[in-house]
Ligand binder design. Structure first.
Ligand code: ADP
Ligand code: MG
Length: 239
């Protein structure tokens, strides 16, 4: 496999605790990989390290043939969406979407055009002038997604983006995310603690436990051929 994003032996400690333990992962361009695992296993920390929001203690992060470990977060060309929407409350929907482009010096016309395209994609054109607090959770999360795509990142990191939403919205939004991801051919890591979400969204799942990837494969593989008791229990535990 020729990897677009490659993690090599990533290690991260908080104090004396190993939070990430020799994480190796390869992702092809345009692929969506799910990181699945129980709360506290290190999923968010791993995403934060990839985005440059946390430093790693050891290892390499290769993106598009370049080691980005010493590249500052702003220059990594990585988009991130969090569980809590994190929109700027004092900016309208369209200002939120355009913010990153503005920071990068895009012209007003270019910004407006791209923001309208993205608004159409998330079916929220009529909300362009609304403020985040006037939107539902699902709408806010769609804006957060559009905002992260606006700057055309090389990789999109989604940290439990659906966890704060109720079940019905969660289901429709996960389908929408998958469609958008495919349309943009966006290289994506989707983090979740929900086994069903991982099953439905991804071709490949990496199951984490205590800072390590314990098994990697198709959802069916993990389900029918678990390598350890932990995998068997975790994959079966939600039925
Ligand atoms: P997950 O996203 O899988 O729930 P996290 O990456 O948030 O897990 O956390 C992994 C472990 O690292 C947990 O034990 C958590 O308490 C610890 N941790 C996370 N952030 C910090 C921090 N800033 N300082 C100390 N410990 C942390
Ligand atoms: Mg987390």
């Amino acid at each position: 496999m020729s990897a677009y994003l490659e993690l090599q032996a990533i290690r991260k400690q908080f104090g004396h605790t190993n939070v990430l333990n020799q994480i190796n992962l390869q992702i092809r361009e345009g692929e969506l990989v799910t990181l699945l695992g129980p709360s506290g296993c290190g999923k968010s920390t791993l995403l934060r390290c990839i985005a440059g929001l946390a430093d790693i203690d050891d290892g390499k992060i290769i993106l598009d043939n370049k080691d980005i470990v010493n590249v500052p977060p702003r220059s990594r060309e990585i988009g991130m969406v969090f569980q809590s929407y994190g929109l700027f409350p004092n900016m309208t929907v369209s200002e939120n979407i355009q913010y990153g482009m503005k920071m990068r010096g895009a012209s007003k016309e270019e910004r407006r055009k791209r923001s309208e395209e993205l608004l159409a994609m998330i079916d929220m054109e009529e909300k362009r002038g609304a403020y985040p607090q006037q939107l539902s959770g699902g709408q806010q999360q769609r804006v957060a997604l559009a905002r992260s795509l606006a700057v055309q990142p090389k990789v999109l990191l989604l940290d439990e983006p659906l966890s704060a939403l109720d079940a019905k919205i969660r289901k429709s939004l996960r389908t929408e995310i998958r469609e958008i991801q495919k349309r943009f051919q966006m290289t994506t890591i989707f983090v979740t603690h929900d086994q069903e979400e991982a099953f439905i969204l991804s071709d490949r799942v990496c199951l984490m436990n205590k800072g390590s990837i314990v098994q990697e494969g198709s959802p069916e593989e993990l389900y029918t051929r678990p390598k350890t008791e932990f995998v068997a229990r975790f994959m079966g535990s939600y039925n």
